[in-house]
Design a protein around this ligand. Structure first.
Ligand code: KIV
Ligand code: ZN
Length: 512
């Protein structure tokens, strides 16, 4: 494709590192498979040296996910680069992304290194990475605040040592678009070997400028954008993939460029990432927010009824909304349900259809029509980690109402034994969690309680997210059900199980 802008997805690296606790290998693989369906060009799958779990995730993705280049991140040091090379080894197409802070603030303030020492690190690390992998990317971290002459010298050296992609990060989201464009222009004008590399950009959103910066860089010749689904990432996040991809598509006349993204997979990817990462999206979020295609005012509605393009610059269909109106009900067979799950990106071999189908029918009986969002929520709530739960809620009965003292009875199963308790509370949820506390007393204090409807309608699945703290730390628990008290009890049980795992196996075992 002429003038292709490569989409480098860092949801699983920059995005994941900003979550309160890490994703399990299984969760990362599900996201990586969906990114492959979306047709991103490069998946930055993790930072292999950072933990054994991250190494394992990158390595498993390298073994199992086909299509995109699988990339691992490494600091500009020997051990990082060697570990990274090892973890991506099974991939058909692989890349090492190595970086070092080049601004005075980073080099002197954090790394305590002189410009000459940084220069030396770049030379050695890019050469080493090239010996271990044909495809190497180099990032001068905090490029936005790096001395321009030094930046040009560093970029020239990295290319001379074999880097094929030079990524220019606005690490702290500090550089306004015009200034960012001037950096890109400077590199094209001043670095003699610049034609040997693809110029990439990696913009953070601290001042809300990441999409503007990335698109401006494309207009000035950058041909790779680093971004994440829903814009998740450090602090205020990274450039949102969906925004830059649709920006380039909708304004092709202006950018005169294109991406290879299958935009009809955008919405599905966004929802999967919300579910798995437990990161809701604000309703007015560009492209994927629930209001992004709603028209509220009378004037707007009137316009859209007469001619859609009065207030709609892209169709909902172009991002995969309102496609697949195949309604599943309790009359749909397990084959149909399975094929829908496969269609949604789940791996056929990993679907325990008998167990899932029982839960599907339970939901369909309560709800009537089961939509894709319901299926995803049901799949993702089956077990939020690779680890078995110690305690399972077998039974919950709650009575509450006007003039009634809210009371709950719970039955909890653990290792074949049943424990039953009852308790009162200030409301139905309080009574249920008090009853659970009587069985397993971890002294959890509920810091935050969020309830979202996963889909529309009175029988929508409700998802409860509780942030609770105990002496072992702070945990996020989620629960999904058509009954919000049950969803709350399940979310509370999720926290109980995470504390139990933490007590048994330590921090790395908690999952989300
Ligand atoms: O924000 C940043 O500078 C990064 C680098 C590792 C590219 O994430
Ligand atoms: Zn970053």
């Amino acid at each position: 494709m002429k003038n292709q802008v490569y989409i480098f997805d860092t949801t699983l690296r920059d995005g994941e590192q900003a979550l309160p606790s890490s994703l399990s290998v299984d969760q990362k693989i599900r996201i990586a498979r969906q990114l492959a369906r979306l047709k991103v060009d490069i998946i930055e799958a993790g930072f292999p040296i950072s933990s054994p779990g991250d190494y394992r995730s990158v390595n498993t993705i390298a073994q199992t996910v086909q299509g995109p280049v699988i990339c691992g991140l490494a600091r500009a040091v020997k051990k990082d680069i060697e570990t990274c090379a090892q973890s991506i080894k099974p991939a058909q197409r692989k890349r090492i992304h190595t970086f070092v802070g080049t601004s005075a603030i980073h080099a002197k303030g954090q790394l305590r290194k002189s410009e000459d020492e940084i220069f030396d690190m770049v030379t050695r690390s890019v050469k080493l990475a090239r010996r271990l992998c044909d495809d190497v990317e180099f990032s001068p971290m905090d490029a936005g605040r790096t001395d321009r002459d030094f930046l040009c010298r560093i970029v020239e050296t990295a290319i001379a040592c074999g880097a094929h992609t030079i990524n220019i990060p606005d690490t702290v989201g500090y550089t306004p678009p015009e200034e960012f464009a001037s950096i890109i222009d400077l590199l094209f004008n001043r670095v003699p070997n610049i034609d040997k590399a693809v110029i990439s950009v990696h913009c953070h959103n601290d001042l809300g400028m990441s999409t503007a910066n990335s698109l401006t860089a494309v207009a000035h010749g950058a041909r790779q954008i680093e971004c994440s689904v829903n814009g998740i990432g450090e602090r205020a996040g990274n450039t949102a993939l969906e925004e830059v991809v649709m920006g380039i598509k909708v304004r092709k006349d202006f950018f005169k460029a294109d991406t290879g993204i299958n935009t009809k997979e955008i919405m599905r990817t966004s929802k999967l990432v919300r579910e798995i990462c437990n990161m809701p999206v604000q309703p007015n979020k560009a492209i994927v927010g629930s209001n992004a295609f709603s028209h509220s005012s009378g004037i707007h509605q009137d316009g859209v009824l007469k001619a859609k393009n009065t207030y709609e610059i892209m169709t909902p269909r172009s991002i995969g909304l309102r496609e697949n109106r195949m309604n599943l009900t309790s009359r749909s067979g397990s084959h149909m349900v399975k094929s829908r799950l496969v269609n949604l990106g789940y791996n056929e071999q990993e679907i325990d259809i008998d167990a899932f189908y029982k839960r599907f029918v339970g939901l369909a009986d309560k709800k009537g029509t089961v939509y894709d969002d319901d299926l995803i929520a049901l799949m993702e709530s089956r077990d939020s980690s690779d680890l078995q739960d110690e305690y399972n809620l077998e039974y919950l009965n709650v009575s509450s109402g006007t003039g009634v003292i809210p009371t709950a009875t719970v039955r909890i199963k653990s290792r074949g034994r049943l424990f039953q308790e009852a308790a009162c509370g200030d409301g139905a949820v309080d009574a249920a969690t008090n009853a659970i506390d009587r069985v397993i007393s971890y002294d959890i204090s509920v810091e935050e309680f969020h309830l979202d409807a996963v889909t529309h309608g009175r029988e929508a699945l409700g998802r409860v997210r509780i942030i609770g703290s105990a002496k072992e730390g702070t945990f996020t628990g989620t629960g999904t059900s058509t009954d919000i008290v049950e969803a709350s009890a399940l979310a509370y049980m999720d926290i109980v199980n995470k504390i139990t795992r933490m007590k048994k196996f330590g921090k790395k075992a908690t999952g989300r």
